[in-house]
Design a binder for this molecule. Structure first.
Ligand code: 2P0
Length: 333
């Protein structure tokens, strides 16, 4: 099964839209137990499950209009994106999967998170796009089906259909129809996220390339699936028990293990810079002084801090540049 066949299985025959505009918002998400490695690169099928938390009102709003001018246009954060830009080709390739003959789009997309700095902007971007298409074409698909379609844009986008804690099930089928995310029925209103953004520059190696390199050229990758399985089980237990120390330990270890695999890959991959290392050391110092704060890191140098509401003021003092995110809002289940 290829992408186009999978899309046809889900949406059926491509039909022209009955309205002119579709619009939707999707939150960014941060993986607490990471997705790192694919069993099928074409369909973005992961080796393992992953578990994330969404970033409340931080994410992407996308409006898709039928463009009568005869060409596609993409406007990102108020600026026209040129055809040479990777953002343009990535989004157009995704839209082509759903485009009926002769239809052109104008896409107006606004993101309030840094693009391609390892803060999951592609996740909310593709999730918002598929929701906006669902609106435009009136497919009326379930969120589960939208999660499968969002995954074809970017794996982590499968988790951005919901607020709160989300688990993406790796699935086993070769067609990818059983690989989708689902919201977890747990809330933890006191949980807070702090973004420590050191760089909003494009990353030197895409997560897609880095993931493939790790799978193929890291001698320890075979250990990863069982480590993630253990981390997810342990984390769910910590969430249910509201045991923040257990929760923090597992999320930090999981991130460090992922980056350790990358360091042990030939040639090595390192997303950290000097600020990242200083940030990690500051977190460990804070912990040794009794502040319960833990970090995670994705495919970029930035850190995301996890802590509880009661420590908000002390975190602001210790990390003056931190951007606080309240993951919960009334859209959480
Ligand atoms: C995650 N990351 O679970 C992991 C952890 C980065 C580090 O998913 O190739 O953009 O499009 O499926 O989803 C980033 O990779 O990769 C990512 P593709 P994606 O959030």
């Amino acid at each position: 099964m290829n992408k186009q066949q999978l899309v046809a299985t889900i949406i059926g025959e491509k039909k022209n839209p009955t309205k002119q505009i579709g619009e939707a918002f999707a939150p960014a998400n941060i993986a607490l137990c990471k997705y790192w490695g694919k069993r099928n690169e074409q369909l973005n099928l992961p080796v393992t499950n992953s578990l994330s938390i969404s970033l409340g009102n931080r994410g992407t709003n996308t409006r898709i209009e039928i463009n009568t001018s005869g060409y596609d246009e993409i406007i990102l954060n108020g600026k026209l994106v040129t055809r040479e830009h990777k953002f343009y080709s990535n989004l157009i390739s995704f839209l082509n999967l759903f485009r009926p003959d002769g239809i052109c789009f104008k896409v107006i997309t606004d993101s309030n998170i840094p693009i391609a700095a390892g803060v999951a902007s592609s996740a909310s971007g593709f999730a918002a796009t598929i929701k906006a298409l669902n609106d435009l074409f009136a497919w009326q698909l379930s969120e589960q089906k939208l999660s499968i379609l969002a995954r074809l844009g970017s794996g982590s986008a499968s988790r951005s259909l919901w607020h709160g804690f989300v688990e993406w099930e790796a699935g086993k089928d070769t067609d990818g129809l059983d690989s989708f995310a689902k919201p977890l029925p747990y809330v933890w209103p006191e949980l807070r996220i702090g973004l420590l953004l050191f760089s909003t520059e494009q990353k030197s190696i895409s997560s897609r390339q880095a993931m493939a390199a790790t799978v193929n050229n890291c001698p320890y990758y075979s250990l990863w699936p069982s480590r993630v399985e253990f981390a997810i089980t342990y984390m769910k237990k910590a969430i249910i028990e509201r045991d923040f120390v257990k929760f923090g330990q597992v999320l930090e270890s999981n991130a460090l293990e992922m980056h350790a695999l990358m360091l042990a890959t030939t040639p090595p991959i390192m997303y950290s810079n000097a600020d990242t290392i200083a940030g990690m050391q500051a977190v460990w110092l804070a912990r040794s002084n009794g502040v319960a704060v833990y970090f995670t890191q994705d495919a970029g140098p930035n850190l995301k801090l996890l802590f509880l509401q009661k420590d908000e003021e002390v975190i602001k003092k210790l990390f003056p540049r931190v951007e606080l995110v309240e993951p919960w809002d009334d859209r959480c289940i």
